[in-house]
Design a protein around this ligand. Structure first.
Ligand code: PGA
Length: 338
């Protein structure tokens, strides 16, 4: 194994994680022949098969699984070393690996961009993905921090609320309910709804609200992206409720935010990491930065407009964009989830 290079282990780790030579080569910005050649060299050095091809999928052999874990351990040790050097040199250098659940992509890049201006030497990576991959990444210790709307129940985590995540009911501006005051949930339940996919935190929050009022909504359409839902709303296919943050780059007036009983559903965004994990100096600095930002206009995209525009103002928008109140169920400071 002494002739193995870190590059080969890095390539192998990416293949092991993604189950695909093509995706590994894309992530590492390498050509596929380079990835295949390095894998062949690694396999020759180890002397046993590390992967097997089943159809289009690349599966790990038992030896492969062990090497994938060993590679992750090696890179974790090197990351810790890099971090301790960074600690000695302040925050001049270092790396921050962030993973965000789909809807967090509307604000995470902006926060990272601002943090990066304060610490230009820090190398940043942000992956936006679904809950399943978040859990897999946490289990394998792949990222430093996770931005989520719902801290996972499956893993013991430290979850810190970092900002409000109000869920508002959206329609096209010319919808008959737009502008009506004091709508009831029963009235909303009569409308055709466009819902996010099963498993989405936004969807669960909406279903829970209606369920708690003894009501059911029947989705007319189920779409896996906030952007697709916004298009469907504007096409007059129905109404939906989404995080206020998805309006970040829209002009006020493009959507109507309904004034209804039960809405906005007040949720929070959390910065999460596995309990018991020593987070890096850089991750700690980013978390502190997020906590400092809580008093600011967290929805603000560019130019200081709040994310919901004039409609949210009408609906009591001040309450939608005020700093998160550090109340139960999560404390303001990191605490073990439990
Ligand atoms: P999403 O958002 O799963 O609906 O994208 C995260 C959450 O609000 O829990």
């Amino acid at each position: 194994m002494r002739h193995t290079t870190f590059r080969q282990l890095e390539i192998f780790e990416a293949i092991a994680r993604m189950g695909s030579f093509t995706r590994a080569s894309e992530e590492l910005h390498l050509t596929q022949p380079t990835v295949s050649m390095q894998m062949k060299k690694l396999t020759d050095i180890v002397g046993v098969p590390l992967v097997e091809q089943v159809g289009k999928k690349v599966l790990l052999t038992e030896d492969g699984r062990e090497l994938a874990q060993a590679s992750r351990d090696i890179f974790a040790i090197l990351d810790r070393y890099t971090m301790s050097v960074a600690q000695r040199r302040g925050l001049e250098k270092g790396r921050l690996k962030l993973m965000a659940i789909t809807t967090a992509s509307y604000f995470a890049p902006r926060l990272l961009g601002e943090f990066s201006k304060l610490h230009p030497g820090i190398e940043l990576s942000l992956r936006v993905t679904n809950k399943e991959q978040v859990l897999a990444s946490m289990a394998d210790n792949l990222d430093d921090l996770y931005l989520l709307g719902t801290p996972p129940e499956e893993i013991d985590v430290v979850a810190t609320p970092i900002m409000d995540n109000p869920i508002v009911v959206l329609t096209a501006p010319d919808h008959p309910l737009a502008g009506q005051q004091g709508l009831t949930l029963a009235r909303l339940a009569e409308e055709p709804w466009i819902m996010r996919e099963a498993g989405s935190g936004t969807r669960k929050a909406i279903e829970r609200l209606f369920h708690d009022h003894g009501l059911d909504i029947r989705p007319r359409l189920e779409l896996g992206s906030n952007e697709a839902i916004k298009q469907a709303i504007l096409a007059g296919l129905g109404i939906s409720a989404l995080s206020c943050h998805v309006l970040a780059l829209h002009q006020p007036g493009q959507f109507a935010v309904l004034d209804s009983e039960g809405f906005p559903i007040q949720r929070h965004w959390y910065a999460v990491y596995p309990a018991g994990r020593q987070i890096s100096v850089v991750a700690r600095a980013f978390l502190d930065y997020l906590l400092d930002q809580r008093g600011g206009s967290v929805c603000s995209p560019e130019g200081g407009q709040d994310c919901c525009g004039a409609e949210c103002e009408r609906q009591g928008g001040a309450a939608l964009v005020t700093p998160v109140t550090p109340v139960a169920p999560r404390p303001a400071q990191p605490a073990r989830k439990g």
